[in-house]
Design a protein around this ligand. Structure first.
Ligand code: DQA
Length: 137
């Protein structure tokens, strides 16, 4: 089973960025452990700070892979384009957030992705990605 994880802007800074909110583990380290934990799955990881590159990746894998796990980060709250890309593809998509966006500023309560995804996992730190992966098993 092929699953693509897509992370949006500033998530390359996990481990150094706002540790009180996002924790102190880098995503590369977390991903290494995730791959060994789910060794029956074919896991792929892509991160970009650029909206168009994220849309490109969704289009690239979205008709071929078995699933996408996406944390579009700040673009979650602004991007009609990423929402449209998700509604255009055929593979199921799970939206993930590290923090509980509903306990934060009001602008983080709106998601342009949520209407088009299979489900949303948020607020469990990096474990949110584990939980999203389990939904594909
Ligand atoms: C985030 C929440 C977003 O509001 C924020 O812009 C992020 C990360 C999360 O994983 O908690 O960059 O998506």
């Amino acid at each position: 089973m092929k699953i693509q994880i897509i992370n949006g802007p500033n998530l390359n800074l996990l481990g150094t960025r706002e540790k009180n909110i996002y924790g102190d583990e880098s995503f590369d380290n977390y991903f290494k452990n995730l791959k060994s934990k789910f060794d029956k799955l074919d896991l792929y990881y892509f991160q970009s700070n650029i909206e168009g590159e994220i849309i490109q990746k969704i289009q690239e894998v979205g008709f071929e892979f078995d699933g996408i796990i996406i944390n579009a980060a700040a673009y979650t709250h602004t991007s009609v384009g990423i929402g449209d890309a998700i509604r255009s593809i055929t593979c199921p998509c799970v939206e993930v957030h590290i923090s509980n966006t509903y306990s934060r500023e009001e602008f983080r309560h709106k998601s342009y992705l949520s209407p088009y995804v299979k489900g949303v996992v948020l607020g469990f730190g990096l474990k949110s990605y584990d939980l999203a992966l389990q939904s594909f098993l």
